[in-house]
Design a protein around this ligand. Structure first.
Ligand code: PMV
Length: 343
């Protein structure tokens, strides 16, 4: 990995894996781990094709506990989420666990685990819940089998797992899930190290995340963009150029703490995402609600086709106003902030 100004950080909610449990008899121990959820501020989908993206981890995590058992893999998924989320993701989840094990150099048939999944990151599409759970599971399995992996290695393992959910992921989700923070991410299209840089802003800024409740298939959304890009190169080349410009100007606006500009760019980014056909009528509606309630900007976030939107709402009052309007529209909300150190 190529880190710029890199400071590794660990989950803010340190979960139980922080406790030194070496005094417990072996049968009572289990591996534990966590991974952050995230919102993409600029560049989802474009980032898969080598355009840079900016992502912020959020202060919600997926948590996992793993215990060796006699045979097979059992999964107890107790995460709260959109209706149908767990069922819809089941096959991809099983494939992702297989991939985690293989990436750790373990033949899946040779091990048997009970895996519990929980935490305060809801299973809403678009918040990187799959990547967060893969990071949590990888950390928990490593702990259970007594292996020590660096965060860079956990990130590589979770990237392999993400392929089950996203087909050809960029790597932005697993990177945010592993390291946390506000990050610049650029996929190396030649297959080498990705460029990852820590971004800092003057003060944390309030955001509101609204969930449409529609469960989306990231893999299908990513494939759809790739196909349309192949079929309409001229249209897509121009859209991709605009997306690249937005991310660059967005980084400058974040560094200069120009919140109005960041909001405008989020709006521009949403328009591009509509043009590549990954938005959804419920996302467009919630984006509109947020803007009408005074958000500086709003856009869908993540894979789209349902899932979540994010609104920039500096100050508690603005955040409350937008969150209440989204709730009134019948949708679930998360209130959080970007730019908080260690998330
Ligand atoms: O919907 P999510 O949370 O899985 O986010 C997907 C983000 C994409 O840019 C669409 C895919 C990727 O791997 O970058």
């Amino acid at each position: 990995m190529c880190f710029q100004e890199w400071l590794p950080c660990y989950p803010k909610r340190m979960f139980l894996s922080d406790l030194n449990n070496t005094y417990l008899p072996e049968d009572f121990t289990m591996g534990k781990g966590s991974g952050f959820g995230k919102v993409i501020l600029f560049g989802e989908h474009f980032v898969v094709h080598g355009i840079p993206g900016i992502v912020s981890a959020i202060d919600s995590t997926a948590d996992a506990e793993v215990k060796k058992i006699a045979r097979g893999i059992t999964i107890r998924d107790e995460r709260k989420g959109s209706k149908g989320y767990a069922e819809e993701k089941k096959a991809q989840q099983l494939e992702s666990i297989d991939r985690v094990l293989k990436a750790m150099g373990i033949e899946p048939e040779t091990v048997a685990f009970d895996i519990w999944l929980g935490g305060n990151l809801p299973g809403f599409s678009g918040l990187g819940a799959s990547a967060a759970s893969s990071v949590a599971i990888a950390r928990a399995i490593a702990e259970e089998i007594g292996k020590r992996f660096s965060d860079e290695k956990i990130n590589e393992i979770a990237y392999e797992a993400e392929k089950a959910y996203a087909g050809t992921p960029s790597g932005i989700d697993n990177t945010a899930a592993t390291f946390g923070g506000l990050l610049w991410f650029e996929k190396n299209m030649k297959g080498g190290d990705n460029t990852i840089g820590k971004l800092r802003i003057r003060n944390p800024v309030e955001i509101v995340i609204g969930s449409t409740g529609v469960v989306a298939n990231t893999k299908a959304m990513v494939e759809g963009v790739a196909e349309r890009k192949r079929n309409h190169p001229e249209k897509y080349d121009s859209l991709f150029e605009q997306a690249a410009a937005i991310v660059l100007i967005g980084r400058k606006a974040l560094q200069e703490y120009d919140l109005k500009k960041i909001g405008e760019l989020m709006n521009d980014n949403h328009r591009l995402l509509q043009e590549i056909e990954v938005s959804h009528k419920k996302l467009d509606y919630l984006v509109d609600v947020a803007r009408k309630q005074g958000a500086y900007g709003a856009k869908m976030t993540g894979g789209g086709g349902g899932g979540c939107m994010v609104a920039l709402t500096p100050g508690k009052d603005s955040q409350e106003k937008v969150a209440n309007a989204i709730k009134k529209a019948g949708c679930e909300v998360l209130r959080t902030r970007i730019g908080v150190e260690k998330t």
